[in-house]
Write a protein that binds this ligand. Sequence first.
Ligand SMILES: Cc1cn([C@H]2C[C@H](O)[C@@H](COP(=O)(O)OP(=O)(O)O[C@H]3O[C@@H](C)C(=O)[C@@H](O)[C@H]3O)O2)c(=O)[nH]c1=O
Length: 188
Amino acid sequence: MMQFEPQRFHGVWLITPFYAQDTRGSFLKPFEQAAFQEHGIALEPYEVFYTSSAKGTIRGLHFQYNSCQDKLVSVLDGAAYDVIVDLREGSSTFGQWQGFQLSARNRRVLYVPKGFAHGFLALEEDTLFSYLCGGRYDPASDSGIIWNDPELNVRWPLHQVDGVILSEKDQALPSFSQFREAHGALPG
Ligand SMILES: Cc1cn([C@H]2C[C@H](O)[C@@H](COP(=O)(O)OP(=O)(O)O[C@H]3O[C@@H](C)C(=O)[C@@H](O)[C@H]3O)O2)c(=O)[nH]c1=O
């Protein structure tokens, strides 16, 4: 049976997938529509993708302005410190962040609703990160907030890596205050 643990941000769930082992190996099921619906999670899968990241890579903190995606994320190989930031209009936890340890060993799966920025730090070499997203990729409105924004003050576990690797795009992301001036918030 899958287990669903509600998190302190309304609508965020940490999920223990169905997992079984036998003499052949293992079986893991991270998504089952009926089980998600029973918990009020209306994820309509649109696309699946994976990324592989060198240790120390930070991807994020990303979101789309239009056709906001909800995401089911997990780590298939390696380990990551996963971070979400509540950017939902009218949310009582707007501007707050939370971090989660996701790894191939703990098999935890995180459901991130629409209206959040999302990112992670790869804690091991070649960390394989999996996404199941509701909503299409919209490159025109793909954006984010800089990973080390002083106002958000995410406490990344940088002591666990030797240095930070970032894409050029992620180095140039706006600050949280620039995001608020330009957009205010995201539709939840
Ligand atoms: C995200 C994405 C990227 N791409 C392309 C654009 C680019 O050429 C290449 C790499 O894209 P990026 O640099 O944006 O990839 P990346 O930095 O890994 O982006 C991802 O970061 C994490 C934190 C998320 O939450 C994801 O939703 C996504 O935003 O892949 C797609 O074709 N479809 C997609 O859905």
